[in-house]
Ligand binder design. Structure first.
Ligand code: SIN
Length: 280
């Protein structure tokens, strides 16, 4: 297995690894690479949906995926598809987020496998939430450690959400009533690395606990801007056969809607996670 960092702070490209043939040694090496690079882009794979399910099981088993519709025979495998003839340029996941932070136990990891990719475009960007935390002043770190944030699916999957109107070839089922919210610490301690991460995102974090939306937004906006500073980010360029895995406990990501007129098909699974814990 050859591991080549994509940037100084986040992401690595892996070659020389067959994800269908993971032994205990390569699993342990993947774990170490995850802890160091947070996002692993494994090239040259040849995976069927059942393979993706097997890999997901090896990594801890599937997470719960509401709102999105999976393949008939493999419900945990969600096809993320944009056809060349779609009217809207908007692609699924085209807003900075960490996956499903509105859940009590958000997914620990996500796997995304490229089946079909445009000639150019449709890249996915990732941001390092440890680095964003590290960049804060001591005063801000202390203030944020005492805060919790409220997370909700309302903007993406609430009764008024319009995301599904832009995705003609995905089956997204919105909530018919206002979705439940979840409270998570703003600074979370990664269960494996024990490092603190600035764990908010602009898609699902709607305010701080015990504060109004108006009171919360200036600081949330500032923090969300800081997180996507180019020095904390990497960009994955896909090709058919690329499997990218990311750690939702310390990253945000964002897909790029710049390939209208071309087809892109990905298969997505998540690995179940635990309730986020506060970094004291
Ligand atoms: C996602 O946000 O889960 C999908 C990202 C992508 O398709 O690049």
């Amino acid at each position: 297995m050859i591991i080549r960092p994509l940037t100084g702070l986040i992401g690595a490209e892996i070659t020389g690894l067959d994800m269908n043939d993971l032994d205990e040694v390569s699993l342990a090496e993947l774990d170490r690479a995850f802890a160091k690079h947070l996002v692993l882009c494994v090239r040259d794979q040849s995976l069927a949906p059942s393979d993706l399910v097997n890999i997901t099981n090896r990594l801890g088993g599937p997470g719960d995926t509401p709102y999105l519709t999976g393949l008939k025979e493999y419900p945990d495998v969600v096809p993320v598809v944009k056809e060349a003839d779609e009217k809207s340029p908007h692609t699924f996941g085209a807003g900075w987020h960490t996956d499903f932070t509105f859940q009590e136990r958000p997914p620990a990891k996500t796997l995304l496998y490229a089946v079909d990719t445009p000639v150019a475009g449709g890249d996915t960007l990732y941001a390092n939430l440890y680095a964003a935390y590290d960049a804060l002043s001591e005063g801000m770190k202390t203030a944020l450690k005492s805060l919790n944030a409220v997370h909700s699916a309302t903007k993406s999957y609430g009764p008024q959400a319009t995301l599904k109107n832009h995705l003609e070839n995905m089956t997204i089922i919105n909530d018919d009533q206002e979705p439940d919210t979840q409270i998570h610490p703003v600074i979370c301690r990664h269960p494996v690395t024990k490092r603190p991460a600035l764990w908010i995102n602009p898609t699902y974090t709607i305010r701080f606990e015990n504060m109004t939306h108006e009171e919360s937004m200036p600081l949330l906006d500032y923090l969300n801007q800081l997180i996507v500073n180019p020095r904390f980010c990497c960009r994955v360029r896909w090709e058919p056969g690329t499997l990218t895995l990311w750690d939702n406990r310390c990253t945000q990501h964002c897909a790029t809607s710049d390939y209208q007129g071309y087809r892109r098909e990905m298969w997505r699974t998540t690995v179940a996670g635990q309730a986020p814990i506060a970094f004291a």
